[in-house]
Design a protein around this ligand. Sequence first.
Ligand SMILES: *[C@@H]1O[C@H](CO)[C@@H](O)[C@H](O)[C@H]1NC(C)=O
Ligand SMILES: *[C@@H]1O[C@H](CO)[C@@H](O)[C@H](O)[C@H]1NC(C)=O
Ligand SMILES: *[C@@H]1O[C@H](CO)[C@@H](O)[C@H](O)[C@H]1NC(C)=O
Ligand SMILES: *[C@@H]1O[C@H](CO)[C@@H](O)[C@H](O)[C@H]1NC(C)=O
Ligand SMILES: *[C@@H]1O[C@H](CO)[C@@H](O)[C@H](O)[C@H]1NC(C)=O
Ligand SMILES: *[C@@H]1O[C@H](CO)[C@@H](O)[C@H](O)[C@H]1NC(C)=O
Length: 404
Amino acid sequence: MFCCWGPRWGWVPCAPTPWLLLGLLVCAAPFGLLGEETRQVSMKVISGWPNPQNLLHIRAVGSNSTLHYVWSSLGPPAVVMVATNTTQSVLSVNWSRLLSPDPAGGLMVLPKNSIQFSSALVFTRLLEFNSTKVSEGAQPPGKPYSPYSLAKFSWNNITESLDLATLSTIFQGHPVEDPTGAFANGSLAFKVQAFSGSGRPAQPPRLLHTADVCQLEVALVGASPRGNHSLFGLEVATLGHGPDCPSMKEQHSIDDEYAPAVFQLNQLLWGSSPSGFMQWRPVAFSQKQRARESALPCQISSFNPTLGYSLPHSPIVQAFFGSQNNFCAFNLTFGTPTGPGYWDQHYLSWSMLLGVGFPPVDTLSPLVLGVMAVALGAPGLMLLGGGLFLLLRHNQYSEYQSIN
Ligand SMILES: *[C@@H]1O[C@H](CO)[C@@H](O)[C@H](O)[C@H]1NC(C)=O
Ligand SMILES: *[C@@H]1O[C@H](CO)[C@@H](O)[C@H](O)[C@H]1NC(C)=O
Ligand SMILES: *[C@@H]1O[C@H](CO)[C@@H](O)[C@H](O)[C@H]1NC(C)=O
Ligand SMILES: *[C@@H]1O[C@H](CO)[C@@H](O)[C@H](O)[C@H]1NC(C)=O
Ligand SMILES: *[C@@H]1O[C@H](CO)[C@@H](O)[C@H](O)[C@H]1NC(C)=O
Ligand SMILES: *[C@@H]1O[C@H](CO)[C@@H](O)[C@H](O)[C@H]1NC(C)=O
């Protein structure tokens, strides 16, 4: 099993060593000065009238490339992402084919030879585990209740929550059949947001975004859990890269005002950079007011190649990639048997970025850089020289080395 956080993860204010700080200052400063790349982003709901289906197209045009993100709740919620090397590429939808039993060819990005990268993510199931009497760190985190298939959810009309000012919309759904009434007052929401430049949201986990990414915030709100200590999770499937599954990378990031006490950044990479990536901090929140007190760790399982393992079909994925695909699935689970949990307020939220190109690199905030510059001053520069020397000699970063 692969965990999102190491044994040292926690909400302990643990100060990085001076050597690390110096090293980071040296490495981080040049990135901090990079200019911002912008894209012309449009967000459109593509109507399949009279078919009441949500199909969202985000088209982000740069100086010599165009990115396409197509999100849909046709079947389980899914996104197809495509990067092209022209500013002219367009999405073409054939609704009658997309809605047919054999949707292959119903979704295309043209011209086809401009496509540099394409992949997809499918959110297949909402998982629930009974974590009573389960030891900390166990995987799975308890006995699974029968999962909710997201292909059997009914979703709102995304046109109604489309906000072109913030380039966002929300897919909000609940199970079509809900015999126990667990979702009578609850819903699962996928908030999708695009950006025309780089920046950082005001709310934790404050992931740094560029114009090349889409942000997804998943929120489970108000649904009745089936036990007193239910932990929730999401099963996610993605397309493999050839015969292989994408690779998972854990990066240590900087304890900074942007991300206090969350030292890790997790990445899923479809190939060697620049390709596609999914990036998130291993943290979820159990309250709308996202703070340390309501932070839950997020764990990720290893990949499960899905031969002989049935996943609900995503029509948009089949429409773009055809029906012969190699899927890799993994589970994300949120929370631990002890500590804050969904049970506190019947609330859970988690965020991630999905993008193409180089994953955004966290840098120290200007405030922290300023404080360090003042604090270090001239003696700091001498230390810096000494620090570099030591680093080169020992090259020993054991505590901060990424675990692959
Ligand atoms: C969503 O609502 C808009 C207007 O509010 C309407 O034009 C559209 O047909 C609706 N779409 C679906 C999928 O019901
Ligand atoms: C795309 O544009 C960037 C910056 O404008 C440039 O560095 C790069 O070489 C261009 N790539 C191609 C394939 O033209
Ligand atoms: C859409 O697909 C249908 C069914 O496969 C096909 O008959 C039709 O020609 C296609 N329409 C366009 C515009 O390509
Ligand atoms: C849903 O909310 C209503 C009104 O607030 C309440 O009476 C009802 O018990 C709730 N149902 C569930 C399943 O929580
Ligand atoms: C859940 O909590 C209620 C009230 O606190 C208690 O009566 C019940 O036995 C608990 N159920 C389980 C399965 O622990
Ligand atoms: C996710 O968890 C569920 C419930 O424990 C399990 O049935 C499923 O096989 C897991 N999926 C993956 C990809 O590990």
